[in-house]
Ligand binder design. Sequence first.
Ligand SMILES: NC(=O)c1ccc[n+]([C@@H]2O[C@H](COP(=O)([O-])OP(=O)(O)OC[C@H]3O[C@@H](n4cnc5c(N)ncnc54)[C@H](OP(=O)(O)O)[C@@H]3O)[C@@H](O)[C@H]2O)c1
Length: 257
Amino acid sequence: MKKIKVGIVGGTKGMGHWFAGLLKKEGCIVHVSGRKTKLQINDLARLSDVIVVAVPISATADVIRQVGPLLSTDQLLMDLTSLKKEPVKLMLANSRAEVIGCHPLFGPQLKDASGQNVILCPARGKKWLGWLKGVFKKNKLIVLESASGKHDKMMAIVQALNHLNTISLGMALAQTNITLAEINKFSTPIFRTKLDIIRKVFTESPELYVDIITRNPETGKMLDIYEKALKDIRGKIKTGGQEKSQKAVKKAAEKLF
Ligand SMILES: NC(=O)c1ccc[n+]([C@@H]2O[C@H](COP(=O)([O-])OP(=O)(O)OC[C@H]3O[C@@H](n4cnc5c(N)ncnc54)[C@H](OP(=O)(O)O)[C@@H]3O)[C@@H](O)[C@H]2O)c1
């Protein structure tokens, strides 16, 4: 059978590099490009059946505008961006190719991605969807198809709200002016787990987390909810002390679990 040729723009590291490894394992011929590679975007478009955009969120729109017009109706244009509405809209508007938005819900550091979620937003054509789903399913990833708008709404909770919480906790810790070495002497297992998350967000790729928060159109709503929750619990601690606070926590627990 003819080998599928895939070109990954942003495949030299990060998520694009992870995807290159997966596709090579599945027998695809994979070409990658970065800003300094010999192969560039136009080479990938010429050499590949499938083009994957896996560059930082801030560079995604430009790369789609560059590569999209070079593709034909037989090719697939897909991306790995953490947000989906805008990239999918741009891929449709700037190409005649089949289009699938894709968001693996984990980072490239993960050694074994089996059991992890991946969201697909099929947007144009049917020829490539079965192949892509097959690659993920064969590797035991859990594939969910979603509209791009719904994906971004859910990411406002799972990523924007979640990382906002981590970032505010990290900033509050920094404002205590007590060193981590000193705090750690008094630390609990839950605190150390949270600190590991704060360290990851603040030191591994802070640009990515900030982009995920600031570029999601639903972030404003999440900030309102978050601020209100903080204000509510603060008010209850101030006016009702233990009893009111416990009631509020119990009510939220009943709703959630
Ligand atoms: N990291 C995650 O946890 C994660 C998870 C899911 C989805 N994603 C998504 O995956 C995408 C990439 O994120 P990442 O974390 O993998 O980023 P990354 O580690 O910084 O890698 C970015 C890649 O894009 C290339 N690149 C950067 N700017 C470029 C440009 N202007 N033109 C062409 N290539 C360029 C880089 O190569 P050079 O530096 O060599 O140019 C590199 O290969 C983002 O859309 C992100 O939302 C990331």
